[in-house]
Design a protein around this ligand. Structure first.
Ligand code: FRU
Length: 496
């Protein structure tokens, strides 16, 4: 093991002890120490889920990338393992960027990641050259392959940028051979996804450009994932520098789900539909795993690149993952639901039916900062359609976070203006959702520092981080005009 990795492991262990009492998300994975971004190497290996992450242990801002590592049996209770990778070789000395994992036939686990090296250009500027690398290990310790890098500029198609070539997502084909997709762009920064193949995971060959952006969705395309689901082929990708289109793609560096069909004879992806993956404020770079029972489960980085570096460097940790979400495709749309394992943490059920709301109300027993709340909203019979309905949570005299719905426009809004942030970051996001005559359902999952709203059983999802003091645990319901709700709330008991 290199001294650089040994130092990182020593540092995280010592520092973790110093900061162990600081408030954290309860059931969303956050970084062991320092900084966390993209999920990496999401896999089920040796009877457990493994999740690695982009990791800078030494402070709470992005820096030379390591891979942090955690394992879980239910995707909610995570145990940290020692850092898996550190930037410690001549081909990755400036960062071990995002990548993925597969199991090998001999029982070992193979990681594929992007090695980054800074290179001085003829004009004196510095650019990062990006190449794909392999490390193989036993679930705790990984050895970098001596033949690294396994994919470099020589493997790129015509015009491919060697400065933007990253985030390999590897999988095994049914015949046991290896495939991977990686992000790349043309010299004018137009994103595309490249497909590679390999017999053994070590010697790789460029197959084809699977899909080209052609100026549609942002610029460079990061963190692809590509899989079959419910008879369709799905590409998840995170384009940088997106322009909004109507109510889609408001996040700058955002996420896109492209659903289509795949012709495996010719390796051709035929696109049909596209949508944002998440319609809230904080979500990027998702990656999926197949659970032993066949579910395709996705987890994303629950932050936004435009707001993630505004905290003080003294903060001991920054960055959290989204809730793992079960994916399906229905009528050409990606449907996301919180993993069913979450239901095992439900306790203290409080429920109300047919509650008329026509002003601000509080309901007995409705409070909490780690909750799972299901809400069915409809108009009051024989009354004019209400104008606006809202739930406010993480609420006290000075704070609240709100989800509101305007049935006339069918627009749902998440608003975290009063959610403990002292910076003028983006606080609101509106999403056009499906509703008929003011009817809509929402499942709101609140953890200490986040909210995720699953609309109409996962047709739309909005995620946002919040910073409100944990003592703010009130919940209020509000309606302008008469609305009727059924509401069931559970506390989520992390110790369960
Ligand atoms: C996406 C990303 C990846 C890269 C990693 C670096 O958030 O920019 O493309 O591998 O973060 O930390």
């Amino acid at each position: 093991m290199s001294q650089i990795l040994r130092d990182a492991r020593k540092y995280e262990e010592t520092r973790e002890r110093q900061i162990k009492d600081e408030p954290r998300p309860a059931f969303h994975l956050s970084t062991r120490v320092g900084w966390l971004n993209d999920p990496n190497g999401f896999a089920y290996y040796n009877g457990e889920y493994h999740l690695f992450y982009q990791y800078h242990p030494y402070n709470s801002h992005w820096g030379p990338m390591h891979w942090g590592h955690a394992v879980s049996s239910d995707l909610l209770h995570w145990k940290y393992l020692p850092a898996a990778l550190a930037p410690d070789t001549d081909y990755d000395r400036d960062g071990c960027f995002s990548g993925s994992a597969v199991s090998l036939d001999d029982g070992r686990q193979m990681l594929m990641y992007t090695g980054v090296v800074k290179e001085t250009q003829p004009d004196g500027s510095t650019r990062e050259v990006q190449r794909q690398c392999i490390a193989i290990g036993d679930g705790t310790d990984y050895v970098k392959y001596p033949g690294n890098p396994v994919l470099d500029e020589n493997d790129l198609p015509e015009g491919g940028s060697r400065f933007d070539f990253r985030d390999p997502k590897i999988w095994r084909a049914p015949d046991g051979t290896f495939r991977c997709v990686a992000g790349n762009c043309t010299p004018d920064k137009d994103g595309r996804i490249l497909l590679f193949s390999s017999e053994d995971g070590l010697k790789w060959k460029f197959e084809k450009t699977l899909i080209s952006n052609n100026g549609r969705f942002g610029r460079m395309w990061e963190c692809p994932d590509f899989f079959e689901l419910d008879g369709k082929q799905v590409l998840l990708v995170s384009p940088q520098d997106m322009l909004p289109q109507g109510f889609e793609y408001h996040n700058g560096n955002g996420t896109v789900c492209i659903i289509g069909n795949y012709d495996s004879e010719t390796d051709t992806f035929i696109e049909e539909k596209n949508q944002a993956i998440d319609y809230g404020i904080d979500f990027y770079a998702p990656q999926t795993v197949v659970a032993p029972d066949g579910r395709r489960i996705m987890i994303g980085w629950m932050q936004n690149w435009d707001t993630c570096n505004l905290h003080s460097p003294e903060r001991s940790w920054f960055g959290q993952m989204s809730l793992p979400r079960e994916l399906s495709v229905k009528n050409g749309r990606l449907i996301q639901k919180p993993v069913r394992e979450l239901e095992q943490m439900r306790t203290n059920k409080v429920s109300y039916e047919n509650v008329e709301v026509s002003d601000v109300i509080r309901l007995d027993g409705m409070k909490g900062r780690r909750i799972d709340m299901e809400l069915t909203l409809r108009p009051a019979e024989g009354e004019e359609l209400y104008r606006k309905f809202a739930v406010r949570f993480a609420q006290n005299d000075t704070c609240h976070t709100a989800v509101s719905f305007r049935p006339h426009e069918s627009i749902l809004k998440v608003d975290r203006k009063f959610s403990g942030s002292r910076r003028a970051i983006i606080h609101q996001r509106r999403s056009l959702v499906n509703s008929v005559n003011g009817r809509i359902t929402m499942r709101i999952i609140l953890d200490n520092f986040s909210v995720e709203i699953f609309v109409n059983n996962g047709e739309h999802v909005l995620s946002a981080t919040l910073y409100t003091d944990l003592s703010a645990d009130g919940i209020l319901f509000y309606s302008d005009g008469k609305a009727v709700i059924d509401v069931v709330k559970y506390d989520l008991d992390f110790e369960a």
